[in-house]
Design a protein around this ligand. Structure first.
Ligand code: BGC
Length: 271
């Protein structure tokens, strides 16, 4: 965490979905370091999520775990209700939970399609709706003159870059782009800010088979003009900023954090 970001989220309550690992874990830790109390959402056993909370507490921050499958309406609503019961309010939702179920289009099973849609798109809808409903119960007042609440969607460069062999994921992320902008339009006059971060290749478990293989990693570098893979903390710092009052006039925006992957590097001196 960049210390110069200071306590940008002091006193805020944040839910970060899929926060037991990868980008979500880094965002949870960065938000806690910036002064937020963070609900570390996870699915399945809580060992990894508890470790994230321990790391947060060791660094002097506040956090707690919450199990919920983001694709299940009742579980999402119960998690948000539990956060509000515990903390009294909700200020930030980071809809980060996401999965890949890769298969060639002709071989793709309906289960693979449905799984990606359920987590990557329906999960976003359920969490964002639950958060926005809660935000509307929290009136604007002198103590809170800025946004009533903030929603940050963690998308992907594949919301615009077509991705053969991953059409379920790319279609879901394309949906995230349109969903984010549509709800930003619908909720701006409610003083809810909605933005997205579209990460490129960030070194996490989701793409381990690529960066851990020398030849695949070499091919990957051809797609990244900046010449290196990204780190989860580089996404997390931007997430803190976008959910802070420094970004109070930013809504409906997508910030690409991709080392230039979306600059179509193959077109350099070509085409
Ligand atoms: C995917 C990663 C991939 C990156 C760049 C992400 O959205 O989850 O597996 O490395 O996009 O292609």
């Amino acid at each position: 965490m960049n210390k110069s970001l200071g306590l940008l989220l002091d006193g805020q309550i944040a839910v970060v979905t899929g926060a037991a690992s990868g980008i979500g874990r880094a965002i949870a830790k960065a938000m806690a370091a910036a002064g937020a109390t963070v609900c570390v959402n996870h699915i399945g056993p809580d060992t990894a999520a508890k470790a994230v909370v321990s790391e947060i507490e060791t660094a002097g921050g506040k956090g707690f775990t919450a199990a919920a499958d983001v694709s299940k309406e009742a579980e999402v609503d119960a998690m948000i209700a539990a956060v509000v019961a515990r903390c009294g309010k909700l200020d930030i939702l980071v809809a980060n939970a996401g999965i890949q179920k890769d298969a060639k289009f002709l071989d793709m099973k309906i289960e693979d399609w449905n799984a990606a849609m359920a987590v990557d798109l329906t999960g976003l809808f359920l969490c964002a709706r639950g958060a926005a409903r809660q935000f509307m119960k929290q009136p604007l007042n002198d103590a809170n003159p800025n946004a009533r609440g903030k929603i940050l969607c963690i998308s992907s460069v594949h919301e615009i870059i077509p991705w053969a062999g991953h059409v379920n994921y790319a279609a879901a992320k394309g949906g995230v782009h349109s969903f984010m902008r549509s709800i930003a339009q619908e909720t701006a006059d409610m003083r809810i800010r909605v933005n997205a971060i579209a990460p490129g290749a960030i070194q996490t478990e989701i793409n381990r088979t690529v960066w851990s293989d020398a030849e695949k990693n070499k091919q990957l570098m051809k797609l990244i003009p900046y010449g290196r893979i990204g780190q989860p903390e580089e996404v997390a710092n931007a997430a803190v900023f976008l959910c802070s009052d420094f970004a109070d006039y930013i809504t409906g925006a997508t910030l690409f954090i991709d080392g230039g992957m979306t600059l179509y590097p193959d077109f350099k001196d070509n085409g």
